[in-house]
Ligand binder design. Sequence first.
Ligand code: PEP
Ligand code: MG
Length: 324
Amino acid sequence: RRHALSKYRDFACETRDHHRIQLMANITSINDVARLTQTGIDGIGLFRTEFLLMDATRVPDEKAQFTQYYEALHLLKGKTITIRTLDIGADKEFACLPHGTHEDNPALGMRGVRYSLQHKGLLRSQLRAVLRVAEFGKVRLMFPMVTQPEELDELLTELILCKQQLQLEGKKFGELQLGIVVETPAAVLNLPSMLGKLDFISIGSNDLAQYTLAADRTNLGLAANYPAFCPAVLQLINMTIQAAKHAGVSCSLCGEMASDRRIAPILVGMGLDELSINPAAVPEVKALLCEGNYQEFCDLARQALACSRINELESLLVSCKLPS
Ligand code: PEP
Ligand code: MG
């Protein structure tokens, strides 16, 4: 079995009928990168930089961040890295950060870029470190929890400011690709006014489900009746993919559902260019995509989008014949 799964390690992720999929991985620390180079991925689709704060006694400065990003990029040997700016919220308090004011609904509060835009010193250190590391390889910068076009405008202004500042200081930096995580219904609806400024987007289906269904993603009691893989969320994912295609912007999905071997083919059939999945799921999902046909995945996607009930989707997952 192990042999069968590693069979595809040195091949591109491509279906039997030659449809190429970028298969990327989600990581939370550079320790993950070294292990991943063994599995045959196209790059890192989501680097959750919150790890930098995990055991830190003080907030890592630009230099400390640069070192970490550079190390990860170096280990990737020419492959793409997607660095997501800090996605911290009032519910995730880190010892090294000043504690925010109490919020009754932290998930609906000061998180992701909302926090970053309130703490511009921290944001700028991150933007400068990412810009500088982009000189050494393929780097994508991704902003979490963007809901309003105004936030994107402000972030882009910050990015320009950081470039100007680096130039003034005589420090080198590189070109990078710019994207956002689409993880709220508002972001989906606002895509037409944001896509023109972006090189790529990545659907954060964990949060997109939480905010669409108004169901706390950490509340296990809700998991059965409010799963992420449900008709409402699928429609929003489909809208996002169509909007991205219309604008010629590449579209990925980095939420948990892409790591599910039964769901990944459906997502590919819906037209995603890229999946970013858990490192542990790479061999299995890659084998599955390589042994299937894109036309079959498109059929599955059509069937999934026609489902109006969670149990219909579940039956589809049970009934669809996947290569074993
Ligand atoms: C998501 O929301 O789907 C996502 C990939 O990001 P996180 O799980 O870190 O919120
Ligand atoms: Mg998220």
